[in-house]
Design a protein around this ligand. Structure first.
Ligand code: GRF
Length: 209
């Protein structure tokens, strides 16, 4: 049973999909902690209701990015996590944390990377850009986190149609339905240690019977 911690910053709907998937036995793993970049967010309530230990680590409470990075790395280690899931997490994962968890930090992004990813592409901004670009298909991407922003090897993607008259909010809701299926599937594979990274490629290893 692999342990993983989940980093959040907001409403926590992706965290909830992981909690529910673990409780249904679809993810053979244990959420050993939830760390939020902000206090008072609903994701923390979701974790507390599920009996998962929570803590808040705020960038502004640290003198500089390096101190924040070390505090985040040590907090994750203290949960006993073997891998980390960023679920609506809006802060930065620093080099020391990355070094402690090579190809072991997973992120969910609400677009089909590499399109509509990178600095400034988060939350509704992503869907606004999709609509402004006039593309007909969008979706969600689960990927490993590397030193860039939304640039690590892609684990899984799911597509969603962009429909005439879509607003950013309507499109976000449609993409989130994809996210809430895609992330648990990817985390389930990670919990079974079935993801193998080879350069930019991520392969799914056969299930060990
Ligand atoms: C989601 O769209 C997710 O893709 C993005 O943050 C948004 C909020 O996620 N990373 P949640 O409801 O806090 O899980």
């Amino acid at each position: 049973m692999r342990k993983f911690c989940v980093l959040v910053s907001g409403g926590g709907t992706n965290l909830q999909s992981l909690i529910d998937s673990v409780q249904r036995g679809e993810i053979q793993g244990q959420i050993c902690g939830v760390i939020s970049s902000r206090p008072g967010v609903y994701a923390l309530e979701r974790a507390e209701k599920a009996g998962i230990p929570t803590q808040v680590i705020r960038r502004k409470e640290y003198a500089d990015a390096q101190a924040y990075d070390l505090a985040m790395r040590d907090a994750i280690k203290a949960t006993g996590a073997e891998f980390v899931v960023l679920a609506g997490f809006l802060s930065i994962i620093g080099p020391q944390t990355l070094r402690a968890y090579p190809n072991a930090i997973i992120n969910i992004h609400p677009a089909l990377l590499p399109s509509f990813g990178g600095k400034g592409y988060y939350g509704l901004h992503v869907h606004e850009a999709v609509l402004n670009a006039g593309v007909k298909i969008t979706g969600a991407t689960v990927h490993f986190v590397d030193e860039g922003t939304d640039t690590g090897p892609i684990i899984a993607q799911g597509a969603a149609e962009v429909k005439p008259g879509d607003t950013p909010e309507v499109l976000q809701a449609r993409v989130m339905e994809i996210e809430h299926r895609l992330l648990p599937q990817a985390v389930g594979l990670m919990a079974q240690d079935r993801l193998q990274v080879d350069g930019r490629q991520v392969y799914i290893k056969e299930e060990q019977i």
